[in-house]
Design a protein around this ligand. Structure first.
Ligand code: AMP
Ligand code: ZN
Length: 458
């Protein structure tokens, strides 16, 4: 397999560092709010990576963290702790908020067929490991204490900015005017933060009542479960310049090593060509797409249809297209299930090879989907293709098993109200009479009720 490695800026051949088990760390959510579809793109990428590796016969030891303390409003160390802010605004306990949104986060995993990593590590369960990590950095001379906390001293590194390829001077020029005048360098970042009186989440430590910085959380938890150096570290592209740069700095301070061999980053999702933001009301959740009549798996299809390193723009038209494609895939698969032809073993082997090549070339999911379509569209209808499609679906995770497709259709029919059924019947009648205006009118009505109509091609 080859993966694009942010660290080397090229596609590198992948081999696990030890044996057959791939050790992966993925930066998980900060659980102060619902995950939006942009966040979920990052976890769909993570899932594709897992499935691609397993398709190649590797075992996985994969850790994902849940950040329930210490992630400040700005990824660099300014602003309030996101958890505490949510707690204050919602007048709730931060632990209660964390528990609620963690549950919701994994509900989205189920909706989207995202597998849970083997180890889920909650930050507040690992405070002792984090303190010890900070202590090691301090003992090695890479950190210093101020009135606000313990800071990493980036001037002690040979180089800061190894992942983003920037140099310290450039970053300094862009750095904000500092709030903490005790910092030796504007780019020094907090490892351990002295908690103000009103900070609810805080722990006794050798530096007084403190809470961990976001970056140290990932370093400490990754090391605990995966060792000093593991195979792959994943995250969104926003993690490259600060969060992951700081994780590398911390590991260098503690162990002298870069903690992962491969650093893989998923590009951002935009909505209607722009950034998602609360004020624009476009931070959609999966549940909201469902309310508009789309299946979560249509969003999965939509993401798979672009390479994870390409920026992806979400529009409802594009999602509609993905839903239509998914429906057509199912129709095509049903045709094969009815077919009595047989397929050549050699042909099947060739398709498998092509599919594997696509996945192994830096997880080229759009190409993998194109190969799937070629099989689904085969003129010859054969049950032999069903097994092949099922094999591809181990990576794609689109629930393409014929039994699942049948069950889904049954449940859709059962849940349709009599009113909807009557409208669909009227529309079929209008179409039969070529009364297109009436058919369109009813389609719009159904759309307003959240029902998507996908007509088969005439
Ligand atoms: P957070 O909960 O804010 O720490 O983010 C969780 C994950 O979602 C991180 O890996 C981010 O890089 C990723 N992420 C946030 N916004 C987007 C977006 N618009 N597109 C893709 N990934 C995103
Ligand atoms: Zn992280």
């Amino acid at each position: 397999m080859k993966f694009f490695n942010t660290l080397t800026r090229k596609k590198d051949d992948f081999e696990p560092l030890e044996g057959n088990t791939v050790r992966i760390y993925s930066c998980g959510p900060t659980v102060y709010n619902y995950a939006h579809i942009g966040n979920l793109r990052a976890y769909l990428f993570m899932d594709l990576l897992r499935r691609g590796l397993r398709y190649n016969g590797y075992d996985l030891k994969h850790v994902m963290n849940i950040t329930d303390v210490g992630h400040l409003v700005s990824d660099a160390d300014t602003g309030e702790d996101k958890m505490e802010k949510a707690a204050r605004e919602q007048k709730k306990d931060p632990y209660e908020i964390a528990a609620f949104y963690t549950k919701e986060f994994f509900a989205d995993f189920e909706r989207l067929n995202i597998e849970k990593p083997e180890i889920i590590a909650k930050a507040t369960d690992h405070i002792a490991e984090m303190e010890k990590y900070v202590q090691e950095i301090m003992e090695n001379g890479y950190a210093y204490e101020t009135g606000n906390g313990v800071y990493f001293d980036i001037s002690k590194l040979d180089r800061y900015g190894i992942l983003s390829g920037t140099n310290t001077e450039e970053q300094m020029a862009g750095a904000r005017i500092e709030v903490d005048s005790e910092k030796r360098n504007p780019l020094d970042f907090a490892l351990w933060i002295k908690a103000p009186e009103n900070h609810i989440m805080k722990w006794d430590s050798q530096w007084g009542k403190c809470y961990p910085g976001w970056h140290i959380e990932c370093s400490a938890m990754g090391r605990k479960y995966l060792g000093d150096v593991f195979d792959i570290h994943t995250g969104g592209e926003d993690h490259i310049p600060i969060h992951h740069e700081n994780e590398i700095a911390q590991a260098k301070g503690a162990t002298g090593k870069i903690p992962a061999k491969f650093w893989m980053h998923v590009a951002f999702l935009t909505v209607d060509g722009g950034k998602m933001s609360k004020s624009l009301g476009n931070c959609y959740r999966i549940a909201e797409l469902q309310e508009k009549g789309f299946e979560p798996l249509a969003y999965r299809y939509f993401c798979l249809n672009s390479h994870y390193k390409s920026k992806l723009n979400f529009t409802f038209d594009a999602l509609k297209g993905a839903q239509t494609s998914l429906n057509r895939l199912r129709e095509g698969i049903k045709q094969h299930a009815l077919g009595n032809d047989s397929a050549e073993k050699e042909e099947i082997a060739q398709y498998k090879e092509q599919f594997r090549e696509a996945i192994n070339d830096d997880l080229n999911s759009p190409k993998a989907l194109a190969i799937l379509w070629e099989v689904v569209r085969k003129e010859k209808k054969s049950k032999d293709y069903l097994d092949l499609i099922l094999d591809f679906d181990r990576v794609l995770g689109l629930d393409l098993d014929i039994e699942k497709i049948k069950k889904l259709e049954e449940s859709k029919e059962d849940s349709m109200s009599d009113e909807v059924k009557a409208l669909i019947e009227q529309r079929n009648q209008a179409r039969a009479e070529k009364n297109w205006a009436e058919a369109d009118r009813i389609r719009d009505l159904l759309n307003q009720m959240g029902i998507q109509i996908n007509d088969k091609k005439a």
